[in-house]
Design a protein around this ligand. Structure first.
Ligand code: GLU
Length: 316
């Protein structure tokens, strides 16, 4: 069967936005003071299709901080720079089955995967380590601009300051990894953590994030610019870890029930990739007990209930 066309999908997305907007469960993240101030009523959804057509609903031009949604992009950068053999000498492949910031490493003393905090910190240590910190940060923002089709990401300085001041656990994770000799030699721990906090504080709106998701859905080719930004192997690896590890310790259930690569963050952002068809970005701050956006997960669940998009769903 031919995949559904944008004009067939758009009315469904509009309907799902309306129905899931009425979900009022969940609580905004409170692990840093700045996120505790988020407005629980905000809800935005955007889609970008393979042909570059776009649509959005809700507060789609309000930017929000990416938090863990930055992690798949950082992972891609490490793969492009070093290749998977080198990267996976420093980070594993398995879901951890634990909360995002659990003080735990795998049996080799490495972070379980690139999408939890320890793995996110590890990926930061691998991004252009030979450059000075401002240039490393610029390389990351440049890549986000290319992925989103030209809009440079913003930066939430208040979130960044808040992250730095509430970072005991992330410091503990970094020291634990250093004790286990998990980092590349010559890693500067403080710089690595700085870069990690800065990445978590990057901001995008759902419209731009949907283009990033659509780039991942389209074999690494940005549907707006036509630029190919990722090697096939990078894309395959990134989508695989998103499908297995992207939704905290709800990742197994998400893979079972929704069956699509995704990544969420504690600000309530969620990027969903429907390979070959479209990228979706959702943002709604109230979180469930796993740290995933309540409305975001409800939307994804309804979407695959209504269309056979689950990767293993029999296609009629
Ligand atoms: N900045 C957060 C932290 O490192 C990331 C949390 C998340 O979105 O998973 O604790």
């Amino acid at each position: 069967m031919n995949p559904p066309k944008p004009e067939q999908i758009l009315p469904l997305l509009a309907e799902l936005y309306q129905t899931t907007a009425s979900q009022n469960e969940g609580r905004v993240a409170s692990y840093i003071p700045q996120l505790a101030k988020a407005n629980p009523a905000h809800y935005a959804v955007a889609v970008c299709f393979a042909d570059g057509s776009q649509a959005s609903w809700g507060q789609a031009d309000l930017a929000f901080c990416l938090q863990s949604v930055c992690k798949p992009v950082n992972y891609c950068l490490t793969l492009e720079e070093h290749g998977e053999d080198k990267v996976h000498q420093h980070v594993g492949f398995e879901p951890s089955g634990q909360v995002f910031n659990a003080l735990t490493l795998n049996s080799q003393g490495l972070p379980h995967n690139p999408l939890i905090n320890a793995g996110g910190i590890m990926c930061c240590s691998l991004i252009r380590p030979q450059l000075k910190l401002p240039d490393r940060f610029e390389a990351i923002t440049q890549f986000w601009s290319e992925l989103s089709g030209g809009s440079p990401p913003g930066f939430d300085n208040a979130v960044y300051q808040s992250e730095r001041q509430s970072a005991d656990r992330n410091h503990a994770l970094a020291y634990f990894m250093r004790e286990n000799k998990a980092f590349p030699t010559d890693t500067d721990l403080e710089e690595t953590l700085e870069l990690y906090f800065q990445c978590c504080s990057l901001t995008l709106n759902v419209q731009d994030l949907a283009v990033v998701a659509a780039t991942l859905a389209q074999g690494g080719k940005n549907p707006l610019t036509g630029q190919t930004l990722l090697q096939p192997r990078t894309l395959r690896n990134c989508l695989t870890v998103m499908a297995t590890c992207g939704m905290y310790n709800f990742s197994g259930e998400f893979a079972f029930k929704i069956g699509l690569p995704a990544k969420s963050g504690v600000s309530g952002g969620l990027m969903l990739v429907v390979p070959g068809l479209m990228g979706l970005a959702l943002w709604s701050p109230p979180l469930d007990s796993y740290g995933n956006s309540v409305r975001g997960v409800a939307f994804c669940r309804e979407l695959v209930n209504r269309l056979p998009l689950h990767v293993y769903a029999p296609k009629p």
